[in-house]
Design a protein around this ligand. Sequence first.
Ligand code: AMP
Ligand code: MG
Length: 318
Amino acid sequence: MVGLAAARGRVLREAVFADRDLPPFDRAGDRITARGAEVRAGTKLLEAGGRVSAAALGLLATVGKVEVAVGRRPRVAVFSTGDELRHPRTATPRPAQIRDANSHMIAARCRGLGLPTRRLGFAPDDPQKLAETIASGLQSDVLFISGGVSMGRYDYVEPVLEAAGVRLLVTAVAIRPGKPFVFGITGESRPILVFGLPGNPVSALTTFEVLARPALEKMEGIPDPRSPRPSVRLLAPVTQHGPRRAFLPARVGISENGELTAQPIRSQGSGDIAAVALANAFVIVPENAGTIPAGESVAAHPLPGFPDAGPGWHDPRR
Ligand code: AMP
Ligand code: MG
């Protein structure tokens, strides 16, 4: 149970009913709303499983429901792996060093979703150090690790997770980007979820949005979390050869006739986080689709900022 101030954005675990007629006044007449004209006492006002909006909070206050049962917010831990990683404040990374983008990006997204989040920085490609950071991360309900899940010689995340007692249920997914992706579960009294995201920043964010975010919502108490996948009309062609489903960065706006249109953003691939920073959606290109021409419609996976208010957008990198 939480009080009103803490309820906003949380997921209701119980339905809420009217404690009395709304409005409660009993004089009827010209310009006076009759008692119970809006809601009768006992009417169900809010279903369990919905998020408490600001309006819902106003409603809870109106019916005197000052304590409400809400879902537990999963506590999240995030860290990156890789000997090449340096803190973003590193002024001049040497050749073969890069600044850690992923722990900041995934932690920011989790905090944006309202989840208490610990960012554990980055760990080197060293099984002992990895094991220590994983042990700290498993104090939370959900652990995100980026990097170290490909087939490379220094990709130790999978064996170290298994040694820590994590049961790996998924070790690859047929999406592009994001093929190396690991999902596992551990925990005695309640489940602890572990996501091994690919090291490439675009792949890390894509797998987070497509595969992890629904799991976080499910843990919060949303009964059937699914992203809306509205249909958008392509302003340029997109291509997907091969048996993976592609999620390509795009900017979706609203055309003059009110239709959603998608401008695919030129991307150099799964390292090109600059392309995704311009996107407000992924357009979804089915397995083996070949080239889908401009003018055709595809499904889109919305990201924050979806859609633009108007159609007018151009790629500042062009
Ligand atoms: P990995 O999956 O560890 O082989 O990493 C794949 C690619 O992503 C490599 O080029 C890494 O340098 C890069 N990468 C890995 N982790 C990060 C990170 N935290 N931030 C930015 N790039 C990363
Ligand atoms: Mg690595």
